[in-house]
Design a protein around this ligand. Structure first.
Ligand code: KIV
Length: 277
């Protein structure tokens, strides 16, 4: 049965009903079409593309042009899935006007359903302006990879009563500012639960324990494709990397021993070849 694209109203209803759902990343047409064929409700075209697709060691250098280049094919490949375009570092932190301009560009050039930006209380005024301008905004708090250096590196956030309280405050301010949902990354499960209970908008957790409204994973992590760093919260639900290496080795072996391509994989029409040599 064809999947029906989830709406912002559905997310809110799911929260009221306690219904869980999932959200993964995609950065290209083929992966987006695979996610679209699955039950997954949401795709984020994350700036994690910097690491997963471009092999960089940080998300900070991503540009608007690069992000738009990743978002466009995902929207085309996943017509039945809610697609969020991630705003790269430097595209929204200068002024609310700059943020509106770049978020408009993201929505208009890619046709994605919403945008995501990182930041807590300090970004609430920007989110208010974006919301008033008609832009659906997803917030991102906890471990925010674009500013990981200022947070002391890629480490668990909200581990003290003060920092946990700050995350609850961040979530409340983002909700008041009009965010449609908030991603919370890499926090103790009790903090994920407290933040989820503190607001009415959906809380989408990555490494935030079981009590958030929706579980988020990077597809390459969830399917066991990425070879680099594996955070504690990542579970491999499939082992696609091994399957791909095995498949490529089978192609290599059959090429070397001559079993590929057999007639089944060749154009077998007889043709009289003129004697030109
Ligand atoms: O860029 C990204 O993939 C993200 C997710 C980790 C939520 O922001």
């Amino acid at each position: 049965m064809a999947k029906k694209k989830i709406s912002i109203a559905d997310f809110k209803k799911y929260k009221e009903e306690g219904k869980k759902y999932t959200f993964v990343t995609a950065y290209d047409y083929t992966t987006a079409s695979i996610v679209n064929d699955s039950e997954t409700e949401i795709i984020l075209v994350g700036d994690s593309a910097a690491m997963v697709m471009l092999g960089r060691n940080s998300t900070v250098g991503m540009t608007m042009g690069e992000m738009i280049g990743f978002v466009k094919p995902v929207v085309l490949g996943a017509p039945d899935t809610f697609v969020i375009g991630d705003m790269p570092f430097g595209s929204y932190n200068v002024s609310p006007e700059q943020a509106i301009e770049n978020c408009n560009r993201m929505l208009m050039e890619t046709n994605c359903d919403a945008i995501k930006l990182e930041g807590g209380v300090n970004f609430a005024p920007t989110i208010r302006r974006l919301t008033d301008a008609g832009i659906p905004v997803v917030g991102h708090i906890g471990l925010t990879p674009q500013t990981a250096t200022s947070l002391g590196g890629f480490r668990v956030q909200g581990g003290t009563p003060e920092s946990a309280a700050q995350l609850i405050e961040d979530a409340r301010k983002l909700e008041e500012a009009g965010a449609i949902a908030i991603v919370i990354e890499c926090v103790p499960s009790v903090v994920g639960k407290a933040v989820t209970e503190a607001v009415k908008i959906p809380i989408w957790g990555i490494g935030a324990g079981p009590d958030v409204d929706c579980q988020v994973l990077v597809t390459q992590d969830a399917l066991g494709m990425y070879k680099g760093m594996k955070p504690k919260f990542v579970k491999h639900f499939a082992h696609i990397r091994e399957a791909m290496v095995e498949g490529l080795n089978a192609f290599h072996e059959e090429t070397l021993d001559g079993t590929f391509p057999s007639p089944e994989y060749a154009y077998n029409k007889a043709v009289d070849i003129p004697k030109l040599y």
